[in-house]
Structures are given as structure tokens and as C-alpha cells.
Design a protein around this ligand. Sequence first.
Ligand code: C2E
Ligand code: MG
Ligand code: MG
Ligand code: MG
Length: 276
Amino acid sequence: RAKAEVARSTCFYDASMDEHARERRDLAAEMRSALEQGRFAVHYQPQADFGTGTVLGYEALLRWNHPVRGMIAPAEFIVLAEETGLILPLGEWVLRTACTEAVGWEPHLRISVNLSAVQLAHGDLPDLVEKVLRETGLRADRLELEITETAIIRNRAKALHVMERIRTLGVSIAIDDFGTGYSSLATLRSFPFDRIKVDRSFVRDLASEPQSLAIMRAVLALGRSLNISVMVEGVETAAQLKTLQDEGCTQAQGYYFGYPLPPDRLPHSVPLAASA
Ligand code: C2E
Ligand code: MG
Ligand code: MG
Ligand code: MG
């Protein structure tokens, strides 16, 4: 009887596995045709210098405009795009779209584009970046690429080589989601970063958790002594902003300054930090 139960549950398990595999296959196929049919979009979120109330630039954030499901966030499809390799043409499309858009902005504004580990590991990323800059006419120093620590760790030697070549072009590189990987400090020591983007989890608990404040303070000090800019992600409230300002931070990104929006709706200024 126990055996029959096991058999039954195994059978059920297999069926659900099939179902899961089918869903993934369908989603991957849908993603491929969405790219061909122009159903992906890039939204842009302001990056603020809140000391002066100015926009430094915008981060490009990918969206999938699905005919039935509406706007789908990258968390729901990036991993599958990586697993199927579609991230290569998709990532190239994001880069080209974002650079084309940025050419039309004020010339001091920067564009930040996220890179996947797969893009870092495959093909010739520096050549692609160079080609896109040439084709769009965007000045290299206006482009910043955001790379997570996790992406680097998969193949450190290749990542280092690629990053060095990209920086030779005059493009800058930020470490994204800083503090969430398992060797953030070692990564910072061994790789050439122009900017640290502190993960938003450290901001969330700034007021309630003394540890978060201590860590934030230490990262800001680290940035100052390494001469690397520090941008804090996920600032949502005036109170968080005030705390960051008191710690000598000047750069941040988050809903407080602006949501990711389509390119025709971008804010041209951001709220100033309240004077103390
Ligand atoms: P990320 O690069 O760390 O981007 C910041 C994420 O935080 C974005 O989510 C943004 O909408 C969200 N965010 C910004 N401000 C706030 C805030 O104040 N509060 C909260 N709760 N969230 C905030 P999104 O757009 O869903 O993107 C999620 C992740 O997907 C990105 O994290 C990035 O890792 C990845 N991603 C987005 N676009 C691309 C892309 O074009 N290529 C690749 N490879 N990855 C991408
Ligand atoms: Mg990012
Ligand atoms: Mg991030
Ligand atoms: Mg993130």
C-alpha cells in the first residue's frame, strides 16, 4: 500500500515536472517572439545627486509588455533568458536601445545598463560595447555598465579581462547590489570598479537596525578611501534620505526620487534632501 502511494506521488510529481518544463518552453518561445515583435521595453529610473537636486543619469530597466499578462518585471524572465541564451540578443537590444535613447538627452546625463553573467562570459562583450557606441554616437564616458558580484564570480579571470577592456573604451563599471554577495570586499579589491551601488536591503532597515546603519557608514567610508563613488539603491522615504545625508552620502536611487518610467516621462530634476 505504501508502495502504491509512492508510485502515485511519483507519477504526480512527474506530471507536474512535465507541466513545469512545458511552461518554461512556452515562455521561452514567447520571449523569443516578443523580442522579434518589439514587445520588450526599456524603462528609466533617475539616479540622483541629492546634494544638488540634480539627475546624474538614468538606469535602464527591462520590461516585457505581454499582451495578456501586462508589464512583466525582469525577475520573472531574466533567469530563463539566461538559461536559454536569449539574454545575448535581448541584452544587446537593451544596450542599443538605451544608448540610442541617451543620445537625445542633455550631454551630461549618464545611462546605466545592467549586464548579465552570461553576457560577461560569452561572446565578445567589449567589441559589442564598442560597436554600439560607434553606431549610436554615444560618448563612451556617458555609459556605465552594472555588474553584480555573482556575475563576476562565475568566471573571475574572464570577467577581469572583459572589464579591463571595457574600461579602456572609457566606459565605467559599477558593482550592483553591493553587500549581497559572499565576498564583496575581495571582489572590490580585485576588480576595477568606478562605482559601488549599495543593495537596497541596507537602506530598508536603516532606521530600525543599528547594524544596517553601521554597515552603510562603513561602505561610505570604504568608497571615500578607495576613491570610488557610492550610490545607494532603494531610497523610498525622506527619513532614509536624511540619514544618508547625515552620513555624507550624496548619490542615491529609489522611488523617493522617481520610479522607472518610459523615456517620454522622465523627470528632469529630483527632490533635494531637506536641509537639516
Ligand atoms: P537592479 O539592477 O538592482 O535594479 C534595481 C531594481 O530595484 C529595479 O527593479 C527597480 O525597479 C527597483 N527599485 C528601484 N528603486 C526602488 C525602491 O525605492 N524600492 C524598491 N523596493 N525597489 C526599487 P526591476 O526593474 O524589477 O529589476 C530587477 C533586476 O532585474 C535589476 O536589479 C537587474 O538585476 C535586473 N535587470 C533589469 N533590467 C535588466 C537588463 O536589461 N539586463 C539584465 N541582465 N538584468 C536586468
Ligand atoms: Mg542595476
Ligand atoms: Mg541593484
Ligand atoms: Mg538587484
